[in-house]
Design a protein around this ligand. Structure first.
Ligand code: KIV
Ligand code: ZN
Length: 521
């Protein structure tokens, strides 16, 4: 068998994905996601935009220090200050990369008010500067798919001559379609001197739902790097989803004869973790990682699958690290069985974490007849979300609800080790419980998102709740799981407040807000 061309996987979950309004992750969460991406075999991790905030700078630097195999890349606008700051952060990596960009389409050129020649000069200077710092430089003409073709060829040539080793072609507003995406790469390969010496990347947004198709079309035409995010996370309709392009090249290797270095069995775990820390749920019918992606409800499908699984399945759940939906454990299962099951689900817990999860598992098993894989995943995720020290802790909650309002809640909340008791009423039990928290711990954080999901089927299912709060530009997400939806909601709210308290200590109001514009200095 001939060696297949490699397609480099460039993951930008922590940069373009995290940029999505509300998807802000904590420093620790960014480190955890980066380490999972590294383990999964992602070639390049775009870890952040170092000039954008102190938080971004610290995260990119630490990810660079810790990365074992992946190249670590940071984003920088086309000016020396951004590029220097980016280099300061990524230089700690075994393999660092600077990614610098400027908007080249007529609409984007108009904002810094640069004419074509002035912009060409800026590209030459900034790529040369980046290359003097780092021998691995990526350059992007933002909004490439709406840039005049002649000008695109001209600026790509300048960037290559100045030393760029990867040229990324962003479809910034998800405007292109597959044939055009392919033609642009083909044109650049044919017309630009030196194009055969560098790697072309494709970076697609999903505004018209074509990001995956556009990225794969670019690869067919000669691009050898795909920029993507886990779950397709990203601003507006998101970016190309990593799991989709990787699985498409695997399942349709007959017509897409390319290989990647991705261990696909790690996809599901990463998808769940990114969804949890970003607070962005994965839609049920999302390709590859959606809850229904491998479910066969209709009679005709079920019958076919039972006779021959290939009738309705083009990939196996195990290929993405999904074990068959099954009853995982029972009331009598021991610690060793729990450890083995969690390992199978992709969680390798330290002894103290396992002990905590075991206690919670036993308590859940007392309340719930059947414990499914998804129940265990919810328990572990909840454990990972809870920080070691919690300023606020829910000690007791009782609610009275029903057809006659107002609903009432009675709560004991431990604040910095001291118990406080209160009663409150509200418009529904969740509102009453949240009111108790607000009265005991006054704050001006605004509730941006409140989401509830049933983990499994049945009325005794656990609910996972995710809460997003905003205060002075600081955005935090909290989550929790419990068979009691009101308890899960209150704990998620308290978890978000604990995170806000930590964030307040680390940053002044407005400090960790990314105020930089893509066109500013
Ligand atoms: O979509 C885009 O154009 C980008 C650039 C910064 C590469 O994300
Ligand atoms: Zn983008």
């Amino acid at each position: 068998m001939t060696q297949q061309d490699k397609v480099v996987i460039f993951d930008t979950t922590l940069r373009d994905g995290e940029q999505s309004p509300g998807a802000t992750m904590t420093h620790e969460e960014k480190l955890e996601i980066a380490s999972l991406l590294d383990e999964m075999g992602v070639d390049i991790i775009e870890a952040g935009f170092p000039i954008a905030s102190e938080g971004d700078f610290a995260a990119v630097s630490e990810i660079a220090r810790r990365a074992k195999n992946s190249t670590i890349c940071g984003l920088a606008r086309a000016n020396f200050k951004d590029i220097d700051r980016c280099w300061e952060a990524v230089k700690h990596a075994k393999s660092p990369r600077i990614h610098t960009f400027i908007g080249t389409s007529p609409l984007h050129r108009a904002i810094p008010n640069l004419d074509m020649d002035q912009m060409a000069e800026r590209i030459h200077e900034t790529v040369t500067h980046a290359r003097n710092l780092c021998d691995n430089v990526q350059w992007s003409p933002m909004d490439a798919t709406r840039t005049e073709h002649d000008y695109l060829c001209r600026v790509v040539e300048i960037a290559i001559k100045a030393g760029a080793t990867t040229i990324n072609i962003p479809d910034t507003v998800g405007y292109t379609y597959p044939m055009e995406s392919a033609r642009i790469i083909q044109m650049l390969l044919e017309r630009v001197p030196g194009a055969d010496k560098i790697i072309f990347a494709t970076h697609c947004h999903n505004d018209l739902g074509m990001a995956t198709a556009n990225a794969l079309a670019a690869v067919e035409a000669g691009a050898r790097q795909i920029e993507c995010t886990i779950n397709g996370l990203g601003e507006r309709a998101g970016n190309t989803a990593l799991e989709e392009v990787v699985m498409a090249m695997r399942v349709r290797n007959d017509i897409l004869p390319f290989q990647t270095g991705i261990d696909t069995t790690k996809i599901m775990n990463l998808s769940r973790r990114v969804s949890q820390v970003s607070g962005f749920p994965v839609q049920f019918n999302k390709a590859i990682v959606g809850k229904n992606a491998f479910l066969h409800e209709s009679g005709i499908h079920q019958d076919g699958v039972l006779k021959n699984v290939q009738t309705f399945e083009i990939m196996r759940p195990e290929d993405i690290g999904l074990s068959q939906a099954n009853i995982a454990m029972g009331k009598h299962s021991g610690r060793a069985a729990l450890r083995a099951k969690l390992k199978e689900l992709g969680f390798d817990l330290a002894d103290n974490q396992l002990n905590d999860v075991f206690v919670r598992f036993k308590s859940l098993a007392d309340r719930k007849k059947e414990i499914y894989d998804d129940d265990l995943i919810a328990l572990v995720s909840d454990e990972q979300t809870n920080d070691a020290y919690e300023f606020l802790q829910l000690k007791k909650l009782r609610v009275v609800c029903g057809t006659e309002g107002p609903q009432e809640a009675e709560m004991v909340l431990t604040i910095d080790g001291v118990d406080h008791h209160i009663d409150a009423t509200g418009d529904g039990p969740v509102d009453a419980a949240f009111m108790c928290v607000k009265m005991l711990f006054p704050h001006k954080a605004r509730l941006q998102v409140y989401q509830v999901h049933a983990v499994t089927e049945g009325t005794d299912a656990q609910a996972t709740v995710s809460v997003r709060l905003e205060e002075d530009g600081r955005i935090v997400t909290g989550s929790s799981a419990d068979t009691d939806t009101i308890v899960a909601s209150t704990k998620a709210y308290i978890n978000a407040l604990n995170r806000l308290i930590i964030r307040r200590q680390k940053t002044a109001p407005g400090e960790d807000v990314k105020t930089v514009s893509y066109h500013g200095e």
